[in-house]
Design a protein around this ligand. Structure first.
Ligand code: SAH
Ligand code: SF4
Length: 388
């Protein structure tokens, strides 16, 4: 896939160009839309032994960009796979880079025209992919770029996994391996539960990506019944709770799902997850200047989590246009961290990777949508453009 440094111009695209809306029924299914059993059945109906499925998955896991690359798969089978399936259902629309190339954010068009983004972050010794589980998000947190667009649709499990396969391809070309996956892109993973759980199983499947569940983070705004259900799946992924406020009155505003699932009940459900899986829960706290970074907030957070198997991640707000929020000063972040630590909690300040790559979830999507609207040409995510 071609990778460009900045958003490609939308002005030159014709209606026959690469972003022309496709009619789904004309499109071949993506290879990963078939389960292992379904693919083996398809192979068996052509008198091909089941182990070929493992070979094909092995190639996908190594980032193959075409069936033709699958050298140990017989040529006639490669041709038949090519006739019947697409290697991925995702089409790259835009890439932006930051941190001198250490962070790359990609916007993909999905079948049907919605778009989602994912971010690759390269560190020494590990590479993390931040993926999307929904096009848009139904929760509508007022500080979040994704929440500002109308909800599009749930992603299918294969669409979630394909984001990782594309990252594997990009990282592989740089001699890197994808080591961590975080569900912190667009969407609320627990509102697309089945597909997210299925994708986690595929990420951790040794026949596909073989990523340890400990290295997979599922972040949620707090759908309590799903948090409990996740604990019963025997997956032991790392759970992140987007807390942002410790009192209902404020959290009702910052994370509107709190009106249905109050914060004390959410923390109790997360502690249930920790008890069941022995996994420490991460609590995310986006720091918004003057809103949730006061001494009172730090004390309330301390009281709420004291004695829990918990870790606090502070995320300085990444500014989003048309929101009333501001990022706190560096000194305010340090002071808040110290106040929370003084309550006996462990705290990390998340590095603000990719600020100049429209880092916070939904921001590249937003920028491309704005550009598309200005130039009247981008045809992806029409609903978002029309309604925003
Ligand atoms: N919907 C899920 C996962 C995606 S959002 C959730 O909310 O947990 C991933 C994280 O990014 C959340 O903690 C969210 O609050 C945070 N986030 C959203 N917008 C942000 C912004 N502008 N600056 C910093 N963090 C942001
Ligand atoms: Fe949705 Fe998470 Fe953004 Fe809230 S922060 S709108 S839950 S993606």
């Amino acid at each position: 896939m071609a990778r460009s440094r900045c958003i490609p111009s939308t002005a030159k695209r014709s209606s026959k160009g690469p972003y022309r809306r496709r009619v789904i029924s004309e499109v071949k299914p993506a290879i990963l839309s078939a389960s292992a059993t379904e693919l083996e059945a398809w192979l068996s109906s052509r008198a091909v032994p089941a182990y070929r499925r493992k070979q094909v998955w092995g190639w996908l896991a190594r980032g193959a960009a075409s069936f033709d690359e699958m050298g140990d798969v017989p040529k006639p089978l490669r041709s038949e796979l090519e006739r019947e399936f697409r290697i991925t259902s995702l089409r790259q629309v835009a890439v932006s880079e930051a941190d001198r190339g250490l962070t790359t954010k990609t916007l993909y068009e999905l079948d049907g025209g919605h778009s989602v983004e994912s971010v690759v972050m390269r560190y020494s010794g590990r590479s993390t992919l931040c993926i999307s589980s929904q096009a848009g998000c139904p929760i509508g947190c007022p500080f979040c770029a994704t929440g500002k667009f109308p909800f599009g649709r749930n992603l299918k499990a294969n669409e979630i996994v394909e984001q990782a396969l594309d990252a594997v391809r990009v990282l592989g070309a740089e001699g890197r391996r994808l080591s961590h996956v975080v569900f912190m892109g667009m969407g609320e993973p627990m509102a697309n539960y089945q597909a997210v759980v299925e994708s986690v199983r595929r990420f951790s499947d040794p026949e596909l990506l073989g990523i340890s569940p400990r290295r997979i983070v599922v972040s949620t705004s707090g759908l309590i019944p799903r948090v409990t259900q996740l604990g019963e799946e025997n997956l032991a992924v790392t759970l992140a709770i987007s807390l942002h406020a410790a009192r209902d009155e404020l959290r009702d505003v910052l994370v509107p799902i709190n009106r249905k699932y109050p914060v004390a009940d959410l923390v109790a459900a997360a502690q249930g997850y920790a008890d069941r899986t022995s996994r420490r829960v991460s609590y995310e706290w986006v720091l918004l200047a003057g809103v949730n970074d006061t001494e009172r907030d730090a004390k309330e957070l301390g009281r709420l989590l004291r004695g829990k198997l918990a870790h606090v991640n502070l995320i300085p707000f990444n500014p989003v246009e048309d929101t009333p929020y501001r990022a706190p000063e560096r000194a305010a972040v340090r002071r808040f961290k110290e106040l929370v630590e003084a309550q006996g909690l462990t705290v990390t300040v998340r590095d603000t990777r990719g600020r100049d790559a429209d880092a916070a979830c939904g921001q590249l999507h937003e920028r491309v949508m704005r550009a598309g609207r200005a130039q009247g040409a981008l045809q992806t995510s029409r609903t978002a453009v029309a309604a925003s």
